[in-house]
Design a protein around this ligand. Sequence first.
Ligand SMILES: Nc1ncnc2c1ncn2[C@@H]1O[C@H](COP(=O)(O)OP(=O)(O)OP(=O)(O)O)[C@@H](O)[C@H]1O
Ligand SMILES: Nc1ncnc2c1ncn2[C@@H]1O[C@H](COP(=O)(O)OP(=O)(O)OP(=O)(O)O)[C@@H](O)[C@H]1O
Ligand SMILES: [Mg+2]
Ligand SMILES: [Mg+2]
Lengths: 265, 265
Amino acid sequence: GLRVLAVANQKGGVGKTTTAINLGTALAAIGEKVLILDLDPQGNASTGLGIHPDSRTRTSLDVLTGEIGLLEAALPTAVPGLVIVPGNSDLVGAESMLGNDANRAFRLRDAVAKVISEFRNRPPEDSFNYMLIDCPPSLNLLTLNAMTASHAVLVPVQCEFFALEGISQLKETIDQIRGTLNPGLDIQGVVLTMHDARTTLSREVADNVRSFFGPKVYETVIPRNTRVAEAPSHGKPLLLYDFDCAGSQAYIRLATEIIERERQY
Amino acid sequence: GLRVLAVANQKGGVGKTTTAINLGTALAAIGEKVLILDLDPQGNASTGLGIHPDSRTRTSLDVLTGEIGLLEAALPTAVPGLVIVPGNSDLVGAESMLGNDANRAFRLRDAVAKVISEFRNRPPEDSFNYMLIDCPPSLNLLTLNAMTASHAVLVPVQCEFFALEGISQLKETIDQIRGTLNPGLDIQGVVLTMHDARTTLSREVADNVRSFFGPKVYETVIPRNTRVAEAPSHGKPLLLYDFDCAGSQAYIRLATEIIERERQY
Ligand SMILES: Nc1ncnc2c1ncn2[C@@H]1O[C@H](COP(=O)(O)OP(=O)(O)OP(=O)(O)O)[C@@H](O)[C@H]1O
Ligand SMILES: Nc1ncnc2c1ncn2[C@@H]1O[C@H](COP(=O)(O)OP(=O)(O)OP(=O)(O)O)[C@@H](O)[C@H]1O
Ligand SMILES: [Mg+2]
Ligand SMILES: [Mg+2]
């Protein structure tokens, strides 16, 4: 069946988009069928996968408002087996458009339920078995939609001090949503990003995160690696830009680790 | 008179908090009196200035709701001449608390107007002449309050590709607010952060930002420097943690450049 993962952390710049793009690419490379949903008004995930702003005529906002379904909105990428529902600044209007609708927190969940029922009537190549949602850096209506639509949350944590502050707030938010809006929601895992083995700071933060989240923290740690930051300027995921670099290899290991964990569910 | 600057950029992790803390410290070191307002629910600016979570009994949320004034909420820091109105996760509730209040976008502007009128009845040591507002990474009600309360916006832009995407959206937002809510609002300047002179990516992004913003971009560029990321884990601003490092020296130059620009107003 379909597994939906929200890639979320309200701290900015921790590697949410980079993880959604490159984990998605690595899962597709291993043979999974992946849909990425770009729920950030910056549209960074769409840009990082080479989707030109002019071809974002249908976006994740249209899926939230119910105008179109996930499959109709999805665009192919340069990666076989990976499609994306693009995002752009129209998403800034989501809160006012969905305004006082009682169902506003469940719009995405409903779109996911709809596509699952459609899978039965469509050929296998039209379906997907992983959906990764790239969330904006805040706990707003967009991230709430992602959390109510997801089976689990994948939390990137940058190996720097400020990134530690928000993790207890994020955990509380997830616990709250599990108690009210989405009873199955759990943390799939925590991935340490931009780890610089040369600095004490990285090691201290990594130790802190492991003592807070325990076995939820993936073994795989994503190193700080300039190639990772260069890839988006070429409109390519890292694995296509430089397959052999430390960043690509780490995301491939992460994909394998996630698939193993998913088997336990 | 008082100059109010919003430190804003909806892209996450670009150095907003780091700039608010260290520019604030550098301005105070030069002899200015500075108040930092922490408007981010993560409360990173408060932590970076050594304010323990337990002493944030009054926060910027209380100023927004009108319960207390800016001077009553301000706490001293380890830096003479620098005070801070702390922030914490209570700020997540701002949108629902201010809900349908017609004045909800102007709460902070009103608090600033109030404190200016109080300056006349108070001794000089109680006043301040710079207010820096550390904004969260989104264009929400908190950032809107900052923009309507400010004379100008100081925009940190990280020298990485994804940071380029949001700058035209941010410029549009500032233009919109100038046209409707705050006729005087302008961009004070754009500061390039985490610049790594060894990489082509940094140089390309810097060139791009200069061609987009022209003379608004400060001469001073903040280099990527591990000491900058280490300082918050000691609860100290960079200038107290390591005055001689490249990061501190850059923030001191930035403070001088800003004071010179402010003279032209
Ligand atoms: N492992 C890494 N090594 C080096 N740079 C990285 C790495 N991971 C991410 N980056 C860079 O760090 C910056 C922040 O990453 P990214 O934009 O993915 O974070 P984000 O959490 O999605 O940010 P936002 O909160 O704005 O959505 C980007 O410029 C990205 O290219
Ligand atoms: N010049 C620099 N060199 C090295 N690291 C830096 C520099 N400036 C900021 N950092 C680090 O980069 C990370 C992001 O910076 P910071 O938290 O100030 O950004 P922000 O824009 O306030 O993030 P948010 O969007 O979450 O509010 C922090 O860990 C910070 O310590
Ligand atoms: Mg992102
Ligand atoms: Mg910040």
